[in-house]
Design a protein. Sequence first.
Length: 315
Amino acid sequence: MSTFSSSITERPIGLTAPSGIDRAAHHRMDEAWLAVAWSHPTTRVFVVSGGQVLVDDTADGGTEIVMTPAFEAPVTETHRYFLGTDEEGVSYFALQKDSLPGRMDQQARPAGLREAGTLLSARDAGLMAHAVALENWQRLHRFCSRCGERTVIAAAGHIRRCQACGAEHYPRTDPAVIMLVTDEKDRALLGRQVHWPEGRFSTLAGFVEPGESIEQSVAREVFEEVGITVGEVEYVASQPWPFPSSLMLGFMARAVDSAIEVDGEEIEEARWFSREELTAAFESGEVLPPFGISIAARLVELWYGQPLPPRPGNF
């Protein structure tokens, strides 16, 4: 195991900690089992809409998804997704609706993963990531890509089936690479995308192209975005990123040259930072750390050697 992948467990990446949920995929096609699970008094259900769920603060200072027993769930005009079971045999479902239900009896609030991901328990964060990814895929893939006819939901939300041509369509997960590049002076390269505000810097990232290895993708993206050639590439860890449907594959990469030439299309500014320079930039507010939920923050921390400072509105 690499020193990077072993040390990253000291400060886990958001959405990757073990959730304690068994997805129990073998039950997704078993309608009889699903019906029994849905009617069981211990089953818990929550609504997902537009990438958000209702969350509430707990008495001990935590945050949790607002869940109800199945018999209290709003089942009319909804799609039902089976998310799995926990170690105590409790089943979890998500219901996709056009809007979140009103909760006048408590101080629940709508939240997306960027806001709630670092506040929720590993169980709730895992359930939410699963539900948000399914909801987005379902909304965008209602028609068959083979014949154009409308598809129907199957496998408890994990398949869309075309009744016209028989094609089955499965949720998409697009691989993307995200990398912290360092040079021979052990400086870190951080960039600012063209649509980001001043001061927001992060690691470079991009999608894996067809017929390309992930190592080739790292090298291509770095060269395209900042004109730097990389040599050694080391895998660190991965992170599900349902914004809307990616799997982020994290790497450390070593540059063989250091002359920056930004592409101006994706990256507007890129800079090399020593640890001392980055510390000073954080303290002055010149540079804002990456968002805490992202694997980018953990990659920078591996090089930086300590947790990054909080940023205003960090989530």
